[in-house]
Write a protein that binds this ligand. Structure first.
Ligand code: DSN
Length: 478
């Protein structure tokens, strides 16, 4: 693709938008400028390709397409069928799955689709069978009561939020923690690693309907073969949420016991993190659950977003190219270089390192809360997010951790040398920041003190680090 074509496409699009609401065009251009200038270390973000971005801005956005390919509730879905079928085909081929459902709008939506598919498949409910046979009008009040009783309060065992699990894996403030009678497994306090014997023990005691694996802040691989054995030993359905590491599975960095697809009954993911596609979700499963999964809309989803499914098809086609495997390996190499650089400078890392795309710094070692550290880094041009660490004394709002990830910077082309330089910048900021006090002089978990000259100097060094690696070099907005 020529540099001119991409520049022309984005310039023209902005010109058209500017003709209606110039402030929106300005905000879009400003977003590109901001992303170009910041050292983006948010582990769940990336930079989608121009082709993926452009596939989202078109007439598919205007189309309703409830239902599935070839079986829609609206007329005129032939072109939506084409892109949805292509996205699903690419997903099946890429991940070696027998079925792919590409309609979920986000990872949370994908998880809800999976939960309901499992409930519908596993829970013996005559009322539900009636509803599934499309006899909803025949359901009596007693049927509805039975349906709620039979489907409600089923058991889910997932990784706890402070050990690195996701809030949709049974965290109380999320619907998953309310829909399910929920219990969590954590990590070994000494090592920070999943203790599979403890998971097995929890599963034996709790007998969950669903065992969930997957994480958003656990810096290690998970052995999905062992997790499946645990699920089988108690008759649970094994679900893996691979949202964070889907790119590492796609790029064959995680294989064998560490590839969830051959081991799980059902796998969910987002498409925009390490997979580097548009914002969205996806479900992979075998034939047993396919029918229920395909009922995701209207069971829990609003109308599918055909423009996003088109972009998913483009991004998944990109992920099937040989260079994606190289990209995926570089993500992990970079995370390890970043971890090594931080460790050498005295930082404390949860689990002592990483074997995936993310690193979790326990910033209590610097005498800071996660919130103080996050803001001090942001002042210095380094974009991260605060995150709980296991048994976090500061809770989920202030936290004691900073989560950093390498998918985005790896897309820009930064490598091991730049990761070491990044570690130096992070260490400089964190070691020179001190906790502040509130208006009454009492210690504050949010306030901090960082010499503006340090922030400015680090910001300048961060910008210099990025200069040889321009973001979207093919896009010149003029
Ligand atoms: N918000 C995502 C993350 O940052 O990990 C997960 O949903």
């Amino acid at each position: 693709m020529s540099r001119n074509a991409e520049s022309t496409a984005f310039r023209s699009a902005l010109e058209v938008v500017r003709g209606v609401e110039p402030r929106v065009a300005d905000a879009i251009a400003a977003e590109l400028a901001d992303q170009r200038e910041s050292l983006k270390l948010i582990a769940s973000e990336n930079y989608a390709s121009p082709a993926t971005l452009l596939a989202m801005g078109n007439w598919f956005s205007d189309k309703y397409a409830e239902g599935t390919v070839g079986r829609r509730f609206y007329a005129g879905c032939q072109n939506v069928d084409t892109v949805e079928a292509l996205a699903a085909e690419h997903a099946r081929e890429l991940f070696g799955a027998s079925h792919a459902y590409v309609q979920p709008h986000s990872g949370i939506d994908a998880n809800l689709v999976a939960f309901w598919a499992i409930l519908a498949d596993r829970v013996e409910s005559p009322a539900l069978r009636k509803a599934q046979a499309r006899q909803v009008n025949d359901l009596t009040e007693a049927d509805w009561f039975a349906l709620r009783r039979e489907l409600g309060n089923q058991r889910m065992l997932g990784m706890s939020l402070d050990a690195g699990g996701h809030l949709t894996h049974g965290f109380r403030p999320n619907i998953s923690g309310k829909m399910f009678d929920q219990r969590s497994y954590g990590t070994d306090p000494a090592t920070g690693l999943i203790d599979y014997d403890r998971v097995a023990e929890a599963a034996r005691e709790f007998k969950p309907l669903i065992l969930v694996a997957g994480y958003s802040a656990y810096p290690r691989k998970v052995n999905f073969r062992i997790m499946r054995e645990i699920a089988d030993s108690v008759g649970a359905t094994f679900m893996v949420d691979m949202a964070h590491f889907a790119g590492l599975v796609a790029g064959k960095v995680f294989t064998g016991d560490f590839d969830p697809v051959p081991h799980a009954h059902i796998v969910t993911t987002t498409t925009h993190k390490s997979l580097r596609g548009p914002r969205g979700g996806m479900v992979l499963c075998g034939p047993e659950l396919a029918d229920q999964v395909d009922r995701g809309c209207p069971m829990v989803l609003g109308g599918p977003l055909p423009h996003v499914m088109a972009a998913k098809a483009v991004a998944l086609a990109e992920a099937r190219r040989p260079d994606f495997a190289d990209y995926a390996q570089r993500i992990v190499d970079n995370a390890q270089a970043l971890a090594d650089g931080l460790l050498r400078r005295g930082a404390t890392l949860v689990t002592g390192g990483t074997d995936n795309h993310l690193v979790l710094i326990d910033v209590s070692g610097y005498g800071l809360t996660g919130r103080q550290a996050e803001q001090a880094l942001l002042d210095s041009g380094i974009v991260t997010n605060r995150n709980s660490v296991p048994q976090d004394p500061n809770g989920a709002w202030y936290t004691s951790g900073i989560r950093i990830g390498t998918p985005a910077l790896t897309t820009r082309g930064l490598g091991a040398a730049e990761m070491d330089a990044t570690a130096e910048l992070i260490h400089t900021v964190l070691s020179q920041t001190t906790p502040g006090t509130g208006p009454d002089g009492a210690p504050s978990k949010a306030k901090y003190v960082l010499d503006p000259a340090v922030a400015e100097s680090v910001g300048k060094q961060a910008a210099d680090l990025l200069t040889p690696f321009p973001l979207y070099p093919s896009v010149d907005l003029g």
